[in-house]
Design a protein around this ligand. Structure first.
Ligand code: URA
Ligand code: SF4
Length: 217
């Protein structure tokens, strides 16, 4: 099975994890991507936001949520009353998975599968263990599955404070960790929604982030 565990150093701080993650070969996604995109923020963060995987721009820049989805997220966080400077931002999967139609053509995002999500989970688990946030926000289905197991459904579990599961086990979401988890849609779902549905999708994202914001007060 694919697994990042052999690459995760014990006793490292966030910078040590970031340095080690740059050399991860725990699954095949490192081959085509430009670089590992590790989480960004302070170890003292009270809230951790977990996305899916880096997108095209994140892959080029090496930082999470610096593209269009990041724009939506930053705006929604501000509207919900979460200070982005107080948040640590990361992804369930740390390499960009894409399909390239032809050389030099646009790279089309592909959703990571359960093998890749589970392979990369040790990095997310180690980030969460070091930071110990009060609130974890799962942005979309991939983050939800990584944190809560493969039966996670955004539509059913969004916007409800859930006990944070332990990530040290087999990743099926049982066993309790510390803190509270709130799931919501992925910010790129707002961008993908058609014009009629977009305002509602965005309002739903802000409302769910508002649940997280109230837990931080
Ligand atoms: N989408 C994600 O899930 N994460 C990013 O970092 C960028 C886009
Ligand atoms: Fe390692 Fe995750 Fe990248 Fe796979 S996606 S190579 S597990 S960092």
């Amino acid at each position: 099975d694919y697994d990042a565990s052999p690459f995760v150093p014990g006793g490292a701080d966030l910078q040590g994890l970031r340095d080690a993650a740059a050399g991860c070969r725990g699954c095949p996604l490192f081959r085509e991507a430009t670089q590992t995109v590790f989480g960004s923020g302070e170890a003292s963060a009270r809230v951790v936001l977990v996305g899916e995987q880096p997108g095209d721009q994140e892959d080029r820049k090496g930082e999470p949520f610096v593209g269009p989805a990041g724009g939506v997220l930053t705006r929604a966080l501000a509207e919900a009353g979460i200070d982005p400077a107080q948040a640590y931002v990361t992804n369930a999967v740390k390499h960009f998975k894409f399909e390239q139609q032809a050389r030099g053509k646009r790279r089309i995002h592909k959703a990571p599968n359960l093998h890749e999500i589970s392979a990369c989970r040790p990095w997310l688990a180690s980030e969460l263990r070091l930071i110990g946030p009060e609130v974890v926000v799962a942005l979309g289905a991939t983050a939800g599955k990584s944190l809560l197991g493969s039966s996670f459904r955004v539509t059913q579990q969004r916007g409800i404070p859930l006990p944070m599961p332990s990530l040290d086990g087999d990743g099926d979401g049982d066993g309790e960790g510390e803190g509270t988890l709130v799931a919501t849609i992925h910010p790129s779902a707002v961008l993908r929604a058609d014009e009629r549905a977009r305002a509602d999708a965005y309002a739903g994202l802000v409302a769910d982030l508002g649940v997280a914001a109230r837990l931080l007060r």
